[in-house]
Design a protein around this ligand. Structure first.
Ligand code: C2E
Ligand code: CA
Ligand code: CA
Length: 722
């Protein structure tokens, strides 16, 4: 098989001294992996010499190639590569340069091999231009390279076409790489745009900015994060939920180089989960929370009540006629009724309260944030009256009543189960006591509720029969001259005796009786003021209290205007006292009403100033004329530096805003002197006069309108500061 070495003329012509070198060269050449050659620059690349490696490389013997008349290197070169290789070689030769060409050959057995040919054009012994060079098999390197290229392309393709977002970021939170899927996920037109816009992932991407820090900590501790779920912002500000899997890439010394990982959109799964949760926690018919969620809410509400020191009421509701309707009209009508009741109950509660349905016709209310039992009672009465409204079912009108049982936290139970059980017990008591009513679990509260109901009925009666009285408390200037009076409602119950306005005004506000009550007080006060002003030359102003609830009701300004008209009283003589509660509502609406009052010509006073939180800002924003410093800021003014300081600040603020400053609850000369020297304009309190009947004011005015000089107690006076 192995062909004898072919010697060229050149080798055989060498001298003896050079022969050894030629032999060494010969051995070398013939033992190299590959084929040394000399060939003609003709159309067929005919070989003049090839080394023994020829056989291994091509499968042809050296003889076949060198002496065979038909076989040239051109034939062995792959047809597709021939033109390119020839071009490459010819241009190198023309420039006298070496060349290196990579191409395929077809071996004798038909196998395709990749070779690299390195050579140069030289002049042979006859001065003819020939090629000399070396051709070696690089098929295996080529395959390797190709494999690597293909792998890289594959990875790039995965990166580019993956449906998951893929990223590399610095530890600090800057993107090093992002794929198109990530850009799409986050709403950017391209990965480049994403990388440009998001240069602080921690602050810009996560909705909860602490998320990035958690991510970083997990990476530090575990070197990876798995299914790390977060809510993130898209480029347009909308949000989506993602899950991240990532790991740290480290250098040889173990230092963190960067993070690398994938991102999946899990919004859909989240929604699905939420929907499942909703279904598990809600009653399907009415959409209300069910027993499971209710228990949860009760526990939360207990924690809240503990924190804020409020009461919590758990109210068990059972409809009185449900079974009858369900049986006689069918389940469809029954369902309609339950849905209607659910909607009404939701209408009766506040945002912090819960309405739940336990099944059948059993509902539960969870009422939070009550700081006294009486407001719970008012709310229960509203619930009963809402449920009692007629319902249309199958074209007919029905009246449904309900029995309510109430358990209060903390008195009637410390946990959800106990509270519900006791509310249920109370509900049965309500059913037994004649339906369409409520019962507390605790007897004492039932007594309070009864009494309260009695007072409410009596108040209604008193208002209807005009049995409320109005007393007037003078307001004086610094020389104790009466400049005005405040009208204060009084109610003396034939059985309970005098009832404090703090008590009955609250009840009136909770039951809606405040409107007729206020009308009655204003009517009397305006008439009295008209009378006093007719008699005396100096104008006497009349101050009336307007409850916040009424203030915000639709036509209050027109209503007051009507009463003024009726009494023939100039509006300039009237001061309307309102409390800060008014300003907690919709401030545009409030400003509108205040402006309308101003336009009517009455003065506006802020009552109980200093008891709220942000009083100062109200003063600047709203068009008020008078500030009444609350009694709590006057009590102790003479011996508590802090109280004195606040009062001083309020007075000087009032002055700088050009408001009339009135002090209420002035009980002793020391307080009077202090306030006077601070520049307070008007004074009201027991020191000057208690609230008195109308005729007593008339007498005071007739006597000159100056209130008796207080007896100065030694040692209680203030040194004038002015
Ligand atoms: P208010 O508007 O702050 O009325 C001043 C209250 O302080 C009156 O209590 C008055 O009797 C009392 N007072 C006056 N000077 C002194 C004093 O030197 N020392 C002490 N300790 N108390 C003094 P009253 O009459 O019990 O009224 C309580 C609250 O009831 C009033 O507080 C007002 O908010 C409300 N109110 C009374 N009448 C009406 C009314 O007709 N309509 C409305 N909406 N509320 C009213
Ligand atoms: Ca007042
Ligand atoms: Ca007051």
């Amino acid at each position: 098989m192995s062909a004898p070495p072919v010697r060229t003329r050149r080798l055989s012509l060498l001298s003896t001294g050079e022969l050894d070198r030629a032999r060494v060269l010969d051995t070398l050449i013939n033992n190299l992996d590959g084929m040394a050659y000399r060939c003609l620059l003709d159309a067929n690349w005919r070989m003049i010499f090839v080394s023994q490696g020829c056989l291994a490389l091509t499968g042809y013997s050296a003889d076949e190639l060198v002496h065979g008349e038909t076989l040239g290197w051109e034939d062995i070169t792959h047809p597709l590569d021939r033109a390119r290789v020839r071009g490459q070689i010819e241009s190198a030769v023309a420039l006298g340069q070496r060349f290196a060409a990579e191409y395929r050959i077809r071996t004798e057995s038909g196998q395709i091999k990749w070779v690299i040919e390195r050579g140069i054009g030289v002049l042979d012994e006859q001065g003819e231009l020939v090629l000399e060079g070396f051709i070696e098999d690089v098929s295996s390197q080529h395959a390797l390279l190709q494999a690597r290229q293909q792998a890289e392309e594959r990875y790039r393709s995965i990166f580019e076409h993956a449906s998951e977002g893929i990223f590399q970021t610095t530890v600090e939170g800057r993107y090093l790489a992002a794929n198109p899927a990530l850009a799409r996920l986050y709403g950017y037109p391209s990965p480049e745009a994403l990388m440009c816009s998001l240069d602080d992932i921690g602050r810009q991407l996560y909705v909860k900015s602490s998320q990035r820090e958690r991510f970083r900590q997990l990476m530090e501790v575990h070197g990876e994060v798995l299914n790390f779920e977060s809510e993130v912002y898209r480029a347009d500000g909308t949000r989506l939920w993602i899950s991240e899997n990532a790991h740290v890439v480290r250098d040889a010394e173990g230092r963190a180089l960067y993070y690398e990982g994938t991102v999946q959109d899990i919004s859909e799964r989240r929604r699905y989960q939420e929907e499942l949760e909703r279904q598990a926690n809600h009653d399907m018919l009415t959409g209300l929370p069910n027993r499971i969620l209710l228990a949860d809410r009760v526990e939360q509400a207990i924690a809240r009540a503990d924190r804020l020191g409020y009461y919590l009421a758990v109210v068990f509701i059972d409809l009185d006629n449900f079974k009858f309707i369900n049986d006689s009209l069918g389940h469809g009508a029954g369902d309609e009724l339950l849905k209607a009741i659910a909607a009404r109950l939701q209408h009766c509660v506040r945002g912090t309260d819960t309405v739940a349905r336990l099944g059948g016709d059993e509902f539960v209310l969870l009422l939070s944030d009550h700081f006294r039992a009486s407001t719970v009672i008012s709310q229960l009465r509203r619930v009963l009256s809402e449920i009692g409204q007629p319902v249309m079912l199958s074209g007919r009108e029905f009246h449904v009543g309900a029995s309510l049982g109430v358990a209060m936290y903390p008195a009637d139970g410390e946990d959800s189960d106990t509270l519900l059980k006791h509310a249920d017990t109370a509900m049965y008591a309500a059913k037994n006591s004649g339906r369409n009513t409520f019962q507390f679990f605790t007897r004492e509260l039932n007594r309070v509720a009864d009494e309260r109901l009695n007072i409410e009925a009596a108040l209604r009666h008193a208002i209807e029969h005009d049995e409320l009285e109005v007393h007037y408390q003078p307001k004086a200037d610094h020389r104790r001259r009466i400049v005005g009076v405040e009208a204060l409602a009084r109610w003396i119950h034939p059985e309970y005796g005098p009832i404090s306005p703090d008590r009955f005004i609250t009840i009136a506000e909770e039951t809606g009786l405040i409107a007729p009550l206020t009308t009655a007080v204003l009517r009397r006060a305006f008439a009295a003021a008209r009378g006093w002003n007719r008699q005396s030359a100096a104008p006497l102003r009349i101050a009336v209290n307007l409850s916040a609830r009424l203030f915000l009701s639709g036509d209050i300004v027109a209503h007051v205007a009507g009463l003024l008209q009726e009494a023939q009283l100039p509006p300039a003589l009237v001061e309307i006292e309102i409390t800060e509660t008014v300003f907690m509502g919709d401030s545009d609406a409030v400003v509108g009403i205040l402006r309308d009052f101003k336009a009517l010509g009455v003065q506006l006073a802020m009552d109980d100033f200093g008891t709220g939180y942000s009083s100062l800002s109200y003063l600047r924003r709203f068009p008020l004329d008078i500030i009444k410093i609350d009694r709590s800021l006057v009590t102790g003014i003479e011996h508590e530096e802090e109280v004195a300081m606040i009062a001083r600040a309020v007075i000087s603020l009032g002055q700088s805003l050009r408001k009339t400053v009135v002090a209420e609850g002035v009980e002793n000369p020391a307080q009077f002197d202090f306030l006077r020297f601070q520049g307070c304009h008007e004074f009201q309190g027991y020191l000057l006069s208690r609230p008195v009947r109308e005729h007593e004011i008339t007498e005071l005015l007739q006597a000159g309108g100056v209130l008796a000089a207080p007896a100065v107690r030694p040692g209680s006076g203030f040194a004038p500061l002015a």
